[in-house]
Ligand binder design. Structure first.
Ligand SMILES: [Zn+2]
Length: 143
């Protein structure tokens, strides 16, 4: 921007070097032209300064927002982990394909869910009924 200032100053010097009579038509024209160029360059310099301030301000807001986001998602993650701890989640290994099947209390409280199947091979890995479960055990003992 200093470049713009010095170029306007140089233009003024060139115009003065022409030795034009200020009251002549040419003198008036040159004076007006240089005034306009000078006003424009001052506006541009001012805008540039305000723009730089805005960029600094935006960067500061962006940093603050990042910190807030990190804090927020950290808390959310901690909440999720706490929820998982509250759930009675247990796992059963499928005897056929050895896939680990996770079962939580919510699934067992649902009476429509009687059998829990291995998502991989669809073998029954857990029976959600105490009686059936006992029978199943007895059958195995008889064999
Ligand atoms: Zn399986």
């Amino acid at each position: 921007m200093d470049d713009l200032k010095s170029r306007v100053a140089y233009l003024k010097g060139l115009a003065a070097g022409l030795g034009l009579e200020e009251s002549s038509r040419e003198g008036k024209l040159f004076n007006q032209l240089i005034d306009v160029v000078e006003a424009l360059s001052e506006s541009v310099i001012e805008l540039q300064e305000e723009f730089d301030e805005l960029v600094d301000y935006t960067e500061a807001i962006d940093e603050d927002l990042n910190e807030l986001e990190e804090d927020f998602y950290e808390e959310e993650l901690e909440d999720d982990l706490l929820l998982e701890d509250d759930d009675d989640l247990f796992s059963v290994e499928c005897p056929d394909c050895h896939e680990i099947v996770y079962i939580d209390d919510d699934m067992l409280e649902d009476e429509d869910v009687v059998e829990i199947l291995c998502p991989n091979c669809e073998r029954v890995v857990f029976v959600n009924d105490d009686e059936d479960y006992v029978d199943f055990d007895d059958d195995e003992l008889e064999e």
